[in-house]
Design a binder for this molecule. Structure first.
Ligand SMILES: [Zn+2]
Length: 288
């Protein structure tokens, strides 16, 4: 269990094209009053009742982006190799897809993620560590993130506290009208309780290749991925360059004890150290 707090305003929202469509048939809130005004805004993600929400999948995306950054950094520094598939292309999109496409076999075998011997394929770093835990097309995520309220599992949380601000963007300065874009944001200091769990798959060895089990590797991944998030390096949602999306994810004492217990230590600094060792050893098994 973790406590999520927004340290800045956050916008997890739709593109202006979508708000344009939604604006034409609904009055969104009492702050954006006219359809014309709504068309100039970027609005928050809505649920089926058109209430503003943050979805658990957005949060998983945030933790995934951070985990990708950490694992790729460790791999490059330790093994001088790529370890995360989204770092193989400039679009930063996952390349591991299940089943393995013929067109990709050559590419993955060139970088040593699969080995072909006597016509048989050995899967080493395929799917990569990140896709194994966070899922990819054809593979369900082992990591489940939910919001906790009244001990119920929720995949979305309603945002009550909203701030609407007008921003002028550089591309609009050339626009004679100089109309400002309205951003609908969840307010700084909003709080949520978030549960992170790791599902046990049928065959663990398809997901982890080293000596540690999926729980040890999974909690190490989650622990390390919180560091760049809490430092503000990896942010949530849109307009991060405008200072939005800085969030803090803090563990509760019970959660800390659980994580520390799983990786056999008790002090904060040793948790980070042990988590790094576990990820390195898992990467060694995949990349050597
Ligand atoms: Zn992958």
């Amino acid at each position: 269990m973790f406590k999520l707090r927004y340290l800045s305003n956050v916008l997890v929202g739709e593109t202006p094209d979508i708000s344009k469509d939604i604006c034409s048939f609904t009055r969104l809130n009492n702050k954006i009053t006219s359809v014309e005004e709504c068309k100039k805004s970027i609005i928050f993600t809505r649920n089926i009742w058109l209430r503003r929400v943050i979805r658990a999948s957005s949060l998983r995306g945030l933790i995934r982006a951070s985990a990708e950054y950490i694992v790729e950094s460790i791999s490059r520094a330790t093994f001088n190799k790529n370890a995360v598939c989204s770092y193989l292309n400039t679009l930063h999109k996952p390349t591991c897809k299940i089943p393995l496409e013929k067109d990709n076999i050559e590419m993955f075998s060139k970088i040593g993620w699969v080995e072909i011997r006597e016509g048989k394929i050995k899967y080493k770093n395929y799917p990569c560590l990140i896709c194994s835990f966070f899922g990819t097309s054809g593979l369900k995520s082992l990591i489940e993130i939910t919001f906790a309220k009244n001990s119920l599992k929720n995949f979305e949380e309603v945002i009550e506290n909203v701030d609407i601000k007008r921003y002028l963007f550089s591309h609009q300065i050339s626009d004679n009208k100089r109309r400002k874009l309205l951003l609908e944001m969840a307010k700084k200091n909003s709080n949520f309780i978030v549960n992170v769990s790791i599902r046990k798959p049928l065959l663990e060895k398809l997901y982890v290749k080293g000596e540690s089990n999926i729980y040890r590797v999974g909690v190490s991944l989650i622990w390390l991925s919180l560091l760049p998030i809490n430092a503000g390096l990896i942010r949530l949602g849109r307009f991060k360059s405008r200072g939005l999306g800085y969030v803090e994810i803090k563990y509760t004492r019970d959660t800390f004890n659980k994580i520390a217990g799983l990786i056999n230590t008790s002090s904060f600094y040793n948790v980070t150290k042990r988590a790094l060792e576990i990820i390195k050893s898992e990467l060694r098994a995949r990349l050597s």
